[in-house]
Ligand binder design. Structure first.
Ligand code: UD1
Ligand code: PEP
Length: 431
């Protein structure tokens, strides 16, 4: 069994060049299918989700190639089917973006139910509502669903819940719908803006992205273009938090500091020094950290995807911290694993109460999703002894080479075969 082994690693130090955003890249790859021309995307991370999209593309005639410099070329010219393999499309979250992107042009799309990180409940009712209001109809089967539409017509759509995925999907569908679509109570995430920028470069007419009202005037055809994906604010944030957890100094470069505002504010509150330049942020810490509280929310509030590394940080702060998870109230898979390492955390009704200044100890723990995995790596860095993290495949959905990145900061971390390395621990784990 593959695992990541982390050793006690104090005072990390170094610079991380932040890769392109996974969440944006997933939307852009689908958006590129709205045209019949080639779209060139730079900065698309070579993560597991990207590779599965390439395989899904091969099945339907969508060509996606990455050259040796990392530039990705998407060519939808020869798409001959819009029936996606349900197993591949359910192995990550956002296959539904291909519904939004292909429905107007092809009239019918079949795809597996969304997979991705599992936080107990991740409904897609707002995606369905938006596409239905544009004129699509849904049929649901055991492992897949089919969306059909003769013609999409612009509509005014009010999201009952702010959703970044739902906003992006509605935008993708509306771009080729007849007439004007207005999205109200839209998500304001940088990834929504990035998608709108690509769409406009392709000839779409999208205004208001980044506010809660987005207007899309439908167009008949779109063209190819070149676009660079925004940096991954969630990876950047996690590395900055890492500097706080262990002490030390970490600089993240190639970032858009404005995207990290809530994270930076919170880090300053707990006593981490933050220095910001045009496109880099440095976090340094060598003193005790103060307890605090975070309340996650949709952008620009504190991101739910940084709640897990922050929870690890709070185990090392002086005093009691509180984490209110308002986006996914059950997103606490990491807590049970942190407890195995000695953390004192209680969760009640979507709120975690964390007693700080706890001595953590190495254990065999399991990562159920990307950010839970990162929080366990951070915990492993301050835990006495060795920590083994299974569920590496979940972490690799979001990180191209998580081991190399942490190694470059001086962390003693490696990928190992757990069954060979610590047979005793594995047996204990299984019993
Ligand atoms: C690939 C991607 O971009 N993933 C991100 C995206 O997920 P994703 O796009 O799935 O998350 P959403 O922004 O849609 O979810 C926000 C909230 O809306 C709810 N909701 C969403 C859709 C819907 O139809 N109905 C509904 O009730 C969700 O349960 C959640 O409470 O945003 C999340 C919240 O910032 C992040 O954690 C994920 O990393
Ligand atoms: C929840 C996440 O991803 P996804 O929506 O792709 O499952 C994440 O990136 O933390």
């Amino acid at each position: 069994m593959e695992a990541i082994r982390v050793d006690f690693s104090q005072q990390i130090n170094g610079t991380i060049q932040v890769p392109g955003s996974k969440n944006s890249a997933l939307a852009l790859l689908a958006a590129a299918c709205l045209t019949d021309e080639a779209v060139t995307l730079t900065g698309i991370p070579n993560i597991a989700d990207f590779r599965v999209i390439c395989k899904m593309g091969e099945d339907i005639g969508l060509k996606i190639n990455r050259d040796i410099s990392g530039i990705v070329y998407v060519n939808p010219e020869d798409i001959h089917s819009t029936e996606f393999d349900p197993i591949k499309s359910s192995s990550f979250r956002t296959a539904y973006y291909f519904v939004g992107a292909l429905i107007a042009k092809y009239g019918k799309v079949t795809v597996g139910y969304p997979g991705g990180d599992d936080f107990v409940s991740r409904p897609i009712d707002q995606h369905i509502k938006a596409l239905e209001m544009l004129g699509a109809s849904f049929s649901f089967y055991e492992n897949y669903y089919t969306v059909e539409a003769n013609e999409l017509k612009g509509a005014t759509i009010y999201f009952d819940k702010i959703t970044s995925g739902g906003t992006i999907n509605a935008m993708l569908a509306a771009v080729r719908a007849k007439g004007m679509t207005v999205l109200l109570n839209a998500a304001r995430d940088p990834e929504v803006i990035d998608t709108a920028i690509l769409l406009n470069k392709m000839g779409a007419k999208v205004t208001g992205a980044g506010t809660d009202t987005i207007r899309i005037s439908g167009v008949e055809r779109l063209n190819g273009c070149t676009h660079q994906v925004i940096p991954d604010r969630l990876i950047a944030g996690a590395f900055l938090i890492a500097a706080g957890v262990t002490g030390g100094k970490v600089t993240v470069t190639d970032v858009i500091p404005e995207h990290l505002k809530s994270c930076i504010a919170k880090m300053r509150e707990v006593g981490i020094q933050i220095d910001i330049s045009d496109s880099s942020v440095t976090a340094s810490s060598n003193g005790p950290l103060k307890a605090s509280r975070i309340r996650t929310g949709m952008y620009p509030a504190f991101p739910t995807d940084l709640q897990q590394p922050m929870t690890t940080l709070f185990t090392q702060a002086q005093g009691k911290s509180i984490v209110s998870e308002k986006v996914y109230p059950n997103r606490f898979n990491h807590v049970g694993q942190l407890r195995k390492m000695g953390a004192d955390i209680k969760v009640r009704s979507g709120v975690a109460f964390i007693k700080g200044a706890t001595e953590l100890k190495g254990a065999v723990v399991s990562a159920s999703d990307i950010r839970a995995g990162i929080s366990l790596i951070l915990a492993g860095m301050v835990a006495k002894g060795q920590t083994y993290i299974t569920g590496v495949e979940h972490i690799e959905r979001g990180y191209e080479d998580v081991v190399a990145a942490f190694q470059s900061l001086g962390v003693t971390i490696d990928k190992v075969d757990l069954s060979k390395e610590r047979h005793d621990l594995l047996l204990e784990e299984i019993q």
